[in-house]
Design a protein around this ligand. Structure first.
Ligand code: MIG
Length: 728
């Protein structure tokens, strides 16, 4: 969108001399506060923690760290030959060594291949409208970087919500550096060394893991900016059913509101949201609505009046509400750093739940403004003093300049949303989706990677980008299937679905004014391919569900780099265009227009093409033929995959048959079952089986039983025969 000139210059102290600071000689250390060193064991690995408190500063509350491990004092030495100092009043510098063979993963949302080494990465939440190689700062700021190779990784987690600039050997000097622009206290954690799975387990123990997602949220979600009225929404839902294309959710973008006022609906176009939700419920559909942070300045609008009267909003230096423009026009912005604001906002979510809305989509929460540009991170060289901050927020330490806590805005909005939803419906797992996020967001929300384009390159990039999100602790992630902006093509849409059925978060979304891309938008042939791909997604739901279960246990993401499971494979660590979907499925999609073959690297072992056919031998490259509409995946020999029989939505899940498909002569697997929507599992209301197959015998060993409710038949499919089994 066209943004006018910034009213306030967000970059202060852009002294060109300082910008040219030599990384290798950082000048004088002016630090005069308190630094403490501690160590602990987390998930079985060693962690060192540094706490830095400038004079007169309290440690700001951490939005990320939830672990209350006992820390003991440690020597003043950090791993990785790390050094740190305060170079200016608003700047800290941290340097570390990067060995020649170390790769770097993580840092959340990066427009990059899997290895993010060799570049500068800016962490300041930004409504990044240009997703191209020049883009650096993105919507999310997750300061966790994993460094190493083989079975030997370390990770650096810099827990500070202030802007950070990570230099991962950009000048090829085998040095890493972090510039942290803050005047407040901060903590740095160094994890490892350990294997990649151990590092992620420890990091997610430190910053928490999500609850089980509601099953429906793992189904297909259909979105569009915007389905303009109730009739269109109903029509779209009925088209899915009429065409027998499985789908669980229709997502409402900003136009359902009354002039973009949050917590309202348009009287003309959405006069009866509750009735609409009920009509869709009868067709086994859920509704998710977008909720932006901006609250329209309007003296007759109760949310606005409450927000100002309750002092729940961000303020100017003189204490008056800070006002900026977004979709509704002039708006005030809830200060989610303030607990009282989070409670107030969370309570209002009852507006949605009481109207039958099943989940909340938080957008524009970097926060994004129409006039005021995002901080220009390239030019920041220290945190401005309070007097020069664009506006102010409040946390438990008192008033704080926005830039110090900006990176938390999206996460804290998600927290408020998650807590608000659980408050209203305590025994329902919330579904929250957010665009902006900080470390730890996985406890509250799923994420999508914002405004991608309907470009082949963005399909390709979705793989390493989502892999790095998963390694950064956030498993429930996806990108807009078909691409958000620009016109999608028939071929691209089918190829995108071939990959997208393996995104943990699986949603088709498209921008206002661009070519429609619902599954039927390109005619019968394309529709037939997409239908069968979405059917595969639904058949995989029991497997996908068990992967979320595993994530709860050990933090493992669903999408994993090959090296997660094959750490000694020196080729696997370099593969950026394939991924493991759990331990058993390897996905290698076609990512190029007009292409029907691609090289696929299979790690050691035997691999079965997902759609059937001769198994392929691993530890080599294969040229594989994937005609349009193929599931571009291989199953590891030795796996048992639970597959659901065909359904139109997850409402049918507990009544539909499950087939345990055995790949190979001896195989193992797991199957978990629960109600898919309550927190009953946390108090033992679930079933878990260890599955095995050998000598043509299938056994299901019950490891836990506590859920009664599925009314289905089970089958085993092995070596061309299918027979029923009983699960006890
Ligand atoms: O300024 O709500 O990333 O998914 O459709 C654009 C309209 C605001 C940006 C989101 C996109 C959404 C759109 N929003």
């Amino acid at each position: 969108m066209d943004q006018t000139a910034p009213a306030v210059d967000w970059t202060v102290a852009r002294d060109q001399e300082l910008l040219r600071r030599d990384k290798r000689s950082l000048g004088q250390n002016i630090f005069a506060g308190v630094a403490q060193y501690h160590k602990a064991q987390l998930a079985g690995i060693g962690v060192t923690r540094l706490t830095v408190l400038p004079p007169g500063q309290l440690l700001p509350p951490s939005a990320a760290v939830v672990s209350n491990t006992a820390w003991e004092e440690a020597a003043q030495l950090l791993p990785l030959q790390m050094h740190w100092q305060q170079s200016m009043p608003g700047t800290f510098d941290i340097t570390f060594s990067l060995s020649a063979d170390a790769v770097c993963f993580g840092l959340g949302e990066r427009f990059s291949g899997l290895n993010i080494r060799g570049a500068i990465h800016t962490l300041t939440t930004t409504d990044q409208t240009r997703h191209n190689e020049s883009a650096d700062a993105f919507y999310k700021a997750i300061p966790l970087c994993i460094i190493g190779s083989g079975t030997n990784y370390s990770a650096i987690f810099l827990d500070s919500s202030a802007p950070q600039r990570w230099d991962l050997d950009a000048d090829l000097t085998a040095l890493g550096g972090i510039e942290l622009f803050t005047r407040r206290g901060w903590q740095l954690y160094v994890l490892g060394s350990a294997s990649l799975p151990e590092i992620v387990a420890a990091y997610t123990e430190l910053t928490g893991r999500g609850c089980m997602p509601p099953l429906w949220a793992l189904g297909h979600q259909q979105c569009r900016w915007s389905y303009p009225d109730e009739a269109t929404v109903t029509h779209i839902a009925l088209e899915f059913r009429r065409r027998q294309i499985p789908c669980d959710t229709i997502v409402l973008d900003i136009d359902y509101m009354d002039e973009y006022r949050v917590f309202t609906t348009s009287p003309a176009r959405f006069p009866d949201l509750k009735g609409l939700a009920e009509k869709l419920r009868q067709q086994n559909f859920k509704i998710v609505t977008i909720v932006d942070p901006g609250v329209k300045v309007d003296a007759r609008y109760s949310i606005y009046k409450e927000s100002v009267a309750g002092k729940f909003v961000c303020v100017n230096a003189d204490g008056t509400p800070f006002i900026e423009e977004v979709w509704p026009g002039d708006c005030v912005f809830p200060d989610f750093s303030n607990v009282a604001t989070r409670d107030w906002w969370g309570k209002h979510l009852e507006f949605y739940t009481s109207n039958g809305v099943a989940g909340i989509w938080n957008d524009m929460n970097e926060p994004s403004f129409f006039k005021l540009k995002n901080p220009t991170p390239k030019l920041i060289c220290q945190m401005p003093e309070d007097a020069d901050q664009p506006f102010f927020q409040r946390d438990s330490t008192g008033t704080v300049g926005h830039l110090e806590v900006r990176n938390l805005y999206g996460s804290l909005m998600s927290q408020s949303t998650f807590e608000g939803l659980t408050e209203v419906e305590p025994n329902k797992r919330p579904f929250v989706l957010t665009r902006s996020a900080y470390a730890g967001v996985q406890r509250y929300s799923a994420v999508w990677l914002g405004d991608n384009m309907s470009w082949w390159q963005h399909l390709e990039l979705s793989i390493p980008m989502l892999l790095n999100m998963g390694l950064s602790g956030v498993p429930f992630a996806g990108v807009d299937v078909g691409g958000f902006a620009g016109d999608c093509s028939a071929e691209l849409l089918v190829r995108w679905y071939e990959t997208g059925i393996f995104y943990p978060f699986f949603r088709n979304h498209c921008r206002l004014g661009d070519r429609a891309q619902e599954p039927w938008a390109f005619g019968a042939e394309v529709e037939r391919h997409i239908r069968s791909l979405i059917e595969v997604r639904y058949s995989l739901l029991p497997y996908i569900y068990s992967l979320f279960w595993e994530n709860r246990d050990n933090g493992a993401p669903l999408m994993r780099p090959l090296s997660w499971h094959y750490p000694d494979d020196r080729y696997a660590i370099r593969v950026s265009d394939q991924f493991m979907f759990g331990a058993e499925i390897l996905v290698a999609p076609i990512l190029e227009r007009g292409s029907v073959t691609r090289p696929v690297y299979l790690p050691r072992g035997l691999w079965h093409p997902f759609g059937g056919g001769e198994a392929l031998q691993g530890e080599q490259l294969h040229l594989v033929h994937f005609p349009l509409g193929t599931v571009p995946a291989f199953v590891r020999d030795g796996a048992i995959i639970p597959l659901l029989s065909s359904v139109q939505s997850t409402v049918e899940y507990h009544k539909s048959d499950i087939t345990f498909r055995v790949f190979g002569k001896t195989a193992t697997g797991t199957f978990v079952d629960d109600d898919g929507e309550s927190f009953g599992y946390a108090s033992g209301q679930f079933n878990k089986w260890q599955l095995s197959y050998s000598n043509e015998q299938f056994t299901a060993n019950s490891q836990h039983s506590g859920f009664v409710g599925s009314d289905r038949q089970y089958f085993v499919a092995a070596a061309d025969s299918v027979r029923t089994v009983n699960l006890k």
